[in-house]
Design a protein around this ligand. Structure first.
Ligand code: SF4
Length: 609
């Protein structure tokens, strides 16, 4: 096979042993790479009913089909495991260099099982694999760890690691590589549960494409398209927060103060059009990105002086900004940096702090319990302080360290009414009361409330996408089919390793020629979508097997009962009838039972065992 190494490396931390196995073209055709490989390893590798924080859980990591080749924005890596946050099969896609490096070391995927007896890291030096002592790394942050390991093994090695939050098994813990994070669903805690602090790789082997000239021509062609797009200038100058003002004012769906409002009236103070010229010192990018939306944001003076982060992303402007009523952009940057260093997912961590702030507003919790004044008016100080306490499980931070669902269970006193989540995962930055199909996508996302599993925010905000026009974001009709299709579509992107911000350029019909130039394998658009459908069904079937059914997918009370109080989406919410209509339509479109279980016929059709 061209374009693949054809090998998967398995490391058993209990036994301190590793072995490689090969795969053939039929495996590549079935799962493609990246997310497809990672999901397959977890689906077949994790026994039913396994504790997500136990040794039987599998942590899989796989580079996308494009990883290691010159495809602009095509260097993403997929992690997957049974999630300690949701109990579902969860994957997370990251822009760090660890995926391409794994492939250059000779492996398309890494499967990690067992539990090391003491803090350890995995060291892969091309074909040599060792489990090494990490006791000197335990307690260190995500910047210190790579620095120590690069001094030890050489500055050319790539490092993925966890922070203290992962060691302390926070269900919000992420995995870091190059200041890029595999967040959501607590995969950092899975690493921590295995006493695994880091994965260190040196890969210097060649990856051979099927048609190098064709691949280079395509790379140059798409780079010209990227650079000619109007969004290129805006994205590279202002980053992913570039459309914050538009989402907030023109669509009225920027969740504010724990989703009590859909418009953040102090938005200007955290908008990149305000801060980009004042705080950004250079662009930063994911590995292999040729249209960088990342920024180096530096605070040079004041109480947060010294902060230097890769950000601030749109989602983080919401979670540590609007969701907490925090309009101090330096405080948002400080909290973002703490999340990154401690290894906490910024979306879930920020939403959890916002939840605690609403409980404080309502008198359900008080300063004598929290140790911090959580009033909205004190957000600038309170948000970074609480993030630090959560990551270290200090004081009230321990109550919040596992997210809103677990925290509400500990706090009681009616706090569950204010806990915004689906399947136990906190939602991203789109108020779905004014985007009903995206609300369905929060429910059907196999890893819990997510904007990226279907990416349905874009079609609903813009009103058109792919093969559809005139999409009405306030309507629930027809959304079941569309969401099922875009989920399949996104599974393909996460398997080839292409950034989702490139999906408007590389529509799915464009992918077959790039895949063929790399691998020599021919696919039609429909065949790629069938692979996406297979991957999604595997996740759905795993979740049903673990007892996570439709009754567990439902939207929280705030979205069903409290209309958006102001702005252009004022009065909108998703009614119970609309929720059920969309879910029924979705199950029919998927060929699943009304409870959310893939039928035997569907599994057989997709070749899933
Ligand atoms: S566009 Fe942004 S998120 Fe996508 S690969 Fe480039 S830097 Fe990463």
């Amino acid at each position: 096979m061209k374009g693949y190494t054809g090998k998967i490396l398995k490391v058993d931390l209990t036994e301190e042993k590793s072995h490689e196995r090969t795969f053939d073209e039929s495996y590549a055709r079935k799962y493609l790479g990246g997310q497809g490989f990672a999901v397959e390893l977890v689906y077949h590798g994790v026994p039913k009913g396994s504790d997500p924080l136990g040794p039987k859980n599998v942590l899989a990591m796989a580079g996308g089909t494009f990883d290691g080749f010159p495809v602009g924005t095509g260097g993403k890596v997929a992690f997957a495991a049974k999630s300690p946050a949701t109990g579902t099969l969860a994957e997370s896609i990251m822009g760090g260099s660890i995926g391409p490096e794994l492939r250059h070391a000779g492996y398309d995927a890494l499967e990690i099982v067992g539990k090391a007896e003491s803090p350890s890291y995995i060291w892969i030096d091309n074909g040599t694999v060792e489990v090494k002592d990490a006791s000197d790394l335990w307690g260190k942050d995500t910047r210190e760890v790579p620095e120590i390991l690069k001094k030890r093994h050489g500055w050319d090695v790539k490092v993925a690691c966890i922070g203290v939050a992962g060691e302390k098994l926070s269900r919000l813990a992420s995995i870091d590589c190059d200041d890029r994070q595999a967040g959501r669903a607590g995969l950092g805690a899975v690493m921590g549960s295995k006493n695994l602090k880091a994965i260190v790789i040196r890969g210097t082997k060649d990856l051979v494409p099927a048609d190098p000239k064709k691949l280079l021509d395509l790379a140059l062609h798409y780079q010209k398209i990227y650079e000619a797009a109007p969004s290129f200038v805006e994205d590279t100058k202002y980053g992913t927060g570039e459309f914050l003002g538009w989402v907030n004012k023109d669509r009225g769906v920027f969740p504010t103060r724990n989703w009590q409002e859909g418009v953040f009236n102090e938005r200007e103070k955290i908008d990149p059009y305000y801060w980009a010229t004042r705080y950004v010192t250079k662009n930063k990018a994911c590995f292999a990105c040729t249209k960088p939306c990342g920024k180096l944001f530096e605070v040079k003076s004041g109480k947060f002086a010294g902060v230097a982060i890769d950000g601030i992303e749109y989602e983080t402007l919401y979670s540590l900004g609007g969701a907490c009523g925090n309009s101090d952009v330096e405080s948002v940057a400080k909290a973002n940096e703490l999340c990154d260093l401690l290894g906490l997912d910024t979306i879930s961590a920020g939403v959890t702090v916002g939840f605690a702030m609403e409980l404080f507003q309502r008198g359900i919790i008080t300063e004598s319990e929290t140790g911090v004044n959580l009033a909205w008016s004190n957000a600038s100080d309170a948000v970074p302080k609480m993030i630090e306490m959560m990551g270290n499980r200090k004081g009230f931070g321990d109550v919040l360290a596992d997210g809103v669902k677990v925290a509400a269970g500990k706090i009681g006193k009616g706090s569950e009414r204010y806990a915004i989540h689906t399947k136990g995962m906190e939602p991203p930055a789109y108020d779905v009361r004014g985007m009903k199909g995206h609300g369905l996508a929060y429910m059907t996302s196999t890893r819990g409330a997510c904007h990226l599993r279907a990416g349905f925010y874009a079609p609903e905000l813009v009103g058109k996408f792919w093969k559809w026009e005139g999409i009405d974001r306030f309507s629930a009709v027809g959304k079941g089919f569309m969401v099922s299709q875009t989920e399949n579509f996104m599974c393909v992107y996460d398997s080839v390793g292409l950034c989702k911000f490139s999906r408007g350029f590389y529509l799915i019909a464009k992918l077959p020629e790039v895949i063929e130039a790399i691998t020599g394998l021919k696919f039609s658009e429909d065949e790629l979508l069938k692979i996406g459908e297979r991957i999604h069904n595997m996740k759905g079937n795993f979740n049903a097997r673990e007892g996570v059914l439709r009754k567990d997918w439902l939207l929280p009370a705030r979205i069903l009962e409290d209309p958006i109080p102001e702005g252009v989406s004022k009065g909108s919410k998703i009614s119970v009838d609309e929720m059920n209509l969309m879910l029924d339509d979705y199950m029919k479109a998927r060929g699943w039972t009304s409870d959310g279980v893939p039928t035997p016929e569907k599994l057989k059709e997709l070749g899933i065992e």
